[in-house]
Design a protein around this ligand. Structure first.
Ligand SMILES: [Zn+2]
Length: 95
């Protein structure tokens, strides 16, 4: 014999939701430089980009060398470079 709640009562106990999301701080820690990879894609071209790609490189020096080599071969000077790095998230205190 329980009292049934009033129909349409605006009160809702939000703490009883099945899913609860709380904000908490996450500190992102960059991985060591050794875990970064680099890639360049040549975007020189008038009607369409050249598209020559360096593939995955492991040091900025390799990237520079690829750029210099491709420029020497083709005269292309504009590259789009991508740096890919792992970032480690460390959850902080609950807020
Ligand atoms: Zn090119």
């Amino acid at each position: 014999m329980s009292d049934s709640p009033k129909a349409g009562a605006p009160e809702r106990n939000s703490s009883r939701g099945r899913y609860r999301f709380r904000e908490y701080h996450v500190t992102t820690v960059p991985a060591p430089l050794a875990l970064q990879t680099f890639e360049a894609v040549c975007v020189t071209g008038e009607e369409h980009n050249c598209g020559a790609a360096s593939g995955t490189l492991h040091t900025p020096g390799e990237l520079t060398r690829w750029n210099a080599g491709h420029c020497a071969q083709s005269g292309h000077e504009l590259n789009e470079q991508t740096v890919r790095a792992l970032v480690h998230a460390e959850p902080g205190a609950w807020q």
